[in-house]
Design a protein around this ligand. Structure first.
Ligand code: KG4
Ligand code: ZN
Length: 348
């Protein structure tokens, strides 16, 4: 099946053309990041208006790059939520228009609304060979670490998401962004802190270890952020570049360390798992990948290709295809009687 994926939940307008959940023919992302960077975070009103400008040209570009036309598309998958409501409305209204416009005597293509956070996991699975997916993937632990979420799931199959853990305050990526702001660094903070941390020594500053209770899976990042606030206040305006780099390295080590600790506890609680999947913006972090290699030497750990870590539409298409395949009632995807955000109406 040729699937058109659409993503507009935050500050990226993205379209992708994907064969089933396997071959990505095109993945086009119109990022608004530079517009929001001056404010140090995403402004919802600006995001929605920019989606409206970018949505049609990005759609055309995705078909052009895939060398396909809309008449070749067999299914549309769209982010239904979570995300910024105004931003989601632009994408979903466009998707419903496309699907509705496809109706003729011979054609009526399904429109599959999907959960953005779940879809990130499928971004990490795009490069996994089919034999591995069939035999060595599920059940698995899947961790989505982005600007809005730090969610840990137990997955029996491609569409079953049992939420084991989440953050009780800030998300991991959000904490990277806020600490970068305290340091006077650019938005988004994750990549900048990672770059600075490479020059620093993590042992120069002690960091509090958050949520260390042995059996607890929940995440927390606000204490680490507050610790950084007081550390930087103490270092004052005269903080040197070396101290900044050391602070970044120490912060990053604990921010990622917490993720690795929780994954360890979860893997002991669920010994039957065949793999661990890590996804979302923070999964681009190379130090995170290294820590996982060291701490999980015998476990198959899947990270996304770098272009599928942050928001993209290929992951939406791939997950949408899986939802469609597993749904008993495929007629539900012709109705379009759903709203944005969290009202996922489909039945699997
Ligand atoms: O998945 P994503 O693109 O958007 C959301 O759905 O939130 O994630 C963005 C988040 C930001 O908080 C950003 O700072 C973080 O991912 N991030 C990173 C890295 N690259 C992006 N965090 C740590 N290290 C990175 N290399
Ligand atoms: Zn995301």
């Amino acid at each position: 099946m040729l699937v058109l994926g659409i993503e507009s939940s935050c500050d990226e307008t993205a379209f992708a053309v994907v064969e089933d959940d396997k071959r990505v023919l095109s993945s086009v992302i119109a990022s608004q990041m530079s517009l929001h960077a001056v404010y140090g975070g995403v402004i919802p009103e600006i995001a929605a208006r920019e989606h409206l400008k970018a949505i049609y040209p990005t759609y055309l570009e995705s078909l052009r790059m895939a060398d396909k036309s809309f008449s070749d598309v067999d299914m549309i998958a769209i982010t239904q939520g979570p995300g910024l409501v105004g931003a989601l409305l632009v994408g979903t209204a466009f998707a419903k228009g496309l699907a509705h416009g496809s109706r003729s005597a011979t054609r009526n293509i399904p429109l599959v609304p999907v959960d953005h956070v779940h879809a990130h996991v499928h971004g990490a699975l795009l490069g996994v060979p089919v034999e591995d997916k069939d035999q060595h993937l599920f059940p698995c632990l899947a961790l989505v670490v982005s600007g809005g979420h730090s969610n840990l799931y137990y997955m029996q199959n491609a569409t079953s998401f049992e939420l084991l853990s989440y953050t009780i305050d800030d998300a991991c990526g959000e904490c990277f962004d806020k600490v970068a702001k305290l340091l006077g660094l650019a938005y988004p903070g994750g990549p900048v802190i990672e770059r600075m941390a490479k020059q620093g020594d993590p042992k120069q500053f002690a960091m509090p270890k958050m949520m260390v209770e042995k059996d607890k899976l929940l995440f927390s990042y606000s204490g680490l952020k507050t610790h950084m606030y007081y550390l930087l206040k103490k270092l004052g305006e005269d903080i040197s570049d070396t101290q900044k780099a050391d602070a970044c390295a120490a912060f990053q080590e604990e921010a990622l360390g917490q993720l690795v600790r929780k994954l360890k506890i979860a893997s002991e609680k669920y010994p039957a798992i065949r793999s661990v999947v890590i996804a979302g913006g923070v999964s681009a972090n190379q130090r995170f990948r290294e820590l996982m290699r060291v701490q999980f030497p015998k476990t198959k750990v899947h990270f996304p290709d770098l272009r599928f870590c942050s928001d993209n539409a290929a992951m939406i298409a791939a997950y949408g295809w899986n939802v469609y395949q597993q749904a008993h009632d495929k007629q539900q995807f012709l109705k379009h009687n759903w709203d944005v955000y969290s009202r996922y109406k489909y039945d699997l």
